[in-house]
Design a protein around this ligand. Structure first.
Ligand code: KG4
Ligand code: ZN
Length: 344
């Protein structure tokens, strides 16, 4: 089975061809970073237009790379939510059009399900596992028990982790996107120089909160001497911020792992997905907390942790294998929580 995947829910335009024996035949991602950089964040209208400009070219490119024509496909999967609705409409409509013209099954893919199932493509994991999904818009623990069988165990009560990185970067003049810039700056910094809170540490459950940390970073910036910020202060603040996020994450993970183990006596690994999983420092912290709990840490390769179409093609394969195609009348959804999915 070969499925074409299309991803357009945020600021990456992506297309990929994946086969059900877990082979990636071709993949292409076009980041719109340069288009959005002047605005310090993703502008939905610009994103939608950029998807429209580039998507057909990207699809043609992966088809050519794999040496395939549309008749060779067994299905088309396009992200139908959650995400910026203009972009989602572009990708979903393109996917439906290809499916309609070539008479192929269509899967209205949930972007979060794409992140959730990636480790089954890259590592061949069996269910169940504990997923930590950490991106710019999402921050949650999910017990993944099967295709479409997701139980959300904890989430953020305010900002997502990626959002906290992005806002911190903005306050420090590090530009957009913030995560990689903060991580880079933190490398030369002293994580003990600034005293920042460890949000939610010691509380029961596994919810997150990051807005207090963001406010604390702002206060520390305000307490610095007036004038342009020097590199040392910036590096120390980034390192202190990252350490605070790490401590909070580790504490939340410990609780989530314990709850997951109690609910699933056979155990299962901790899988980390989403853009923040690219952070090497946080990965190391997660690896040690998983280790302490006797669980393996599974992290897909970086390019498959951030937004991509391989994960959408794979989610399509998982659904089509179970006969879970969608109608061409499926309406794209700006919001679409994982635990409301149709199960296999
Ligand atoms: O999954 P993703 O590509 O897009 C969605 O939000 O769905 O995640 C992007 C987020 C951004 O907030 C970005 O700042 C963050 O992931 N991110 C990072 C790193 N790389 C990307 N955060 C921390 N450290 C990084 N190295
Ligand atoms: Zn994402």
């Amino acid at each position: 089975m070969i499925v074409l995947g299309i991803e357009t829910s945020c600021d990456e335009t992506a297309a990929a061809l994946v086969r059900d024996d877990r082979t990636i035949l071709a993949e292409a991602v076009l980041s719109q970073l340069e288009e959005h950089r002047p605005y310090g964040g993703v502008v939905p209208e610009i994103a939608a237009r950029a998807h429209l400009d580039h998507l057909d070219g990207l699809i043609a490119r992966v088809m050519a790379e794999a040496g395939l024509g549309f008749p060779a496909l067994d299905g088309v999967a396009a992200t139908a939510g959650p995400g910026l609705i203009g972009g989602v409409l572009v990708g979903a409509t393109m996917g439906k059009a290809i499916a309609l013209v070539h008479d192929k099954p269509f899967v209205a893919a949930n972007h979060l399900e794409g992140h959730a199932l990636t480790a089954r493509l890259t590592e061949g994991l069996d269910f169940p596992y504990l997923l930590l999904l950490v991106s710019g818009g999402h921050c949650q623990f999910v017990a993944v028990e099967g295709v479409g069988r997701y139980r959300r165990m904890g989430t953020t009560i305010d900002d997502a982790i990626g959002e906290a990185f992005d806002k911190t970067a903005k306050m420090l003049g590090l530009g957009y996107p913030g995560g990689p810039a903060v991580e880079r700056a933190a490398r030369d910094g002293d994580p003990r120089r600034f005293d920042l809170p460890r949000p939610m540490r010691g509380r029961p459950g596994c919810d997150f909160s990051f807005s207090g940390l963001k406010t604390a970073v702002r206060r520390q910036i305000e307490s610095l001497p007036a004038g342009p910020m020097i590199d040392r202060d910036r590096a120390d603040l980034c390192a202190s911020f990252q350490a605070a996020v790490g401590d909070s994450l580790v504490d939340r993970c410990r609780n989530a792992l314990a709850t997951f183990a109690a609910d699933h006596p056979g155990g299962g690994p901790l899988v980390v997905a989403g853009g923040v999983a690219a952070n090497v420092y946080l990965r190391e912290r997660l690896s040690s907390v998983a280790d302490q709990a006797g669980a393996a840490l599974v992290a897909p390769p970086l390019r498959l942790c951030t937004d991509n179409a391989v994960m959408i093609a794979w989610a399509g394969i998982e659904r089509l294998r179970l006969g879970l195609a969608d109608g061409l009348d499926f309406a794209p959804r700006p919001r679409w929580p994982l635990d409301t999915m149709r199960a296999g």
